[in-house]
Design a protein around this ligand. Structure first.
Ligand SMILES: C[S@@+](CC[C@H](N)C(=O)[O-])C[C@H]1O[C@@H](n2cnc3c(N)ncnc32)[C@H](O)[C@@H]1O
Length: 196
């Protein structure tokens, strides 16, 4: 209980700091663009409900969502891989994870997500896609193979806030009859995708 309370205080302060950083920047790519707290909490509930053991995150940024995923994985004895192309952001995320003693649940990788997807032989029961939206169509060529067929869940952020930018990706998912999907109106909008 105490651990959770410390966690919640820590991530609340972190979110305020990251939001202040973003508010001062006009260049979108320089912003951290962390997931909304309500979305993070929802993901944490999904991981607990699914009892996820093996999670992949595309887009660590400074680790706000990573911390929430890892905190949930500490209750399921799970583990995650998180991918970030910017080494400084990944490093900052690692420092926060170490502070919260969540780092043993996280494999931080500084890499291009596409390279990882192309070479990955592993499967995951939970995947969070929160990187650059113009790459999602290409990622879709690889994501189905990485998702466990039994109960695997792929979650995509920003599908309501940036609906036009994910329209082609969503259309591809809709066309693929192996999957069912649903949009949840939490935060920036989360698309939940799972096998039929
Ligand atoms: C929306 S932010 C992620 C926010 C993070 N999930 C959170 O909620 O705290 C997207 C991140 O993806 C990273 N990114 C962009 N293109 C990438 C790529 N090709 N491979 C890996 N990471 C990438 C960006 O540097 C950025 O930090």
């Amino acid at each position: 209980m105490e651990h959770i309370s410390h966690f919640q205080n820590y991530v609340r302060e972190l979110y305020a700091r990251f939001s202040a950083h973003d508010a001062g920047l006009s260049d979108r790519l320089q912003r951290y663009r962390n997931i909304e707290p309500a979305s993070a909490q929802f993901l944490s509930i999904l991981i607990r409900a699914q009892q996820s053991k093996c999670v992949l995150e595309l887009g660590t940024s400074t680790g706000y969502s990573t911390l929430w995923l890892a905190e949930a994985l500490s209750s399921t004895q799970g583990h995650m891989v998180t991918l970030e192309i910017d080494a400084e952001r990944s490093k900052e995320a690692q420092l926060h994870a170490q502070h919260l003693k969540l780092d043993s649940h996280i494999d931080f990788q500084v890499t291009d997500a596409l390279d990882y997807l192309q070479s990955c032989q592993q499967q995951f029961d939970f995947i969070l896609l929160d990187a650059e939206r113009d790459a999602y169509v290409e990622y879709w060529s690889y994501l189905p193979q990485l998702l466990q067929q039994q109960g695997g869940l792929l979650v995509v952020d920003n599908v309501l806030s940036h609906a036009e930018q994910v329209a082609v990706f969503k259309a591809l998912v809709d066309l693929d009859k192996r999957f069912v999907s649903s949009t949840v109106d939490i935060g920036a909008g989360l698309l939940l995708i799972t096998f039929q």
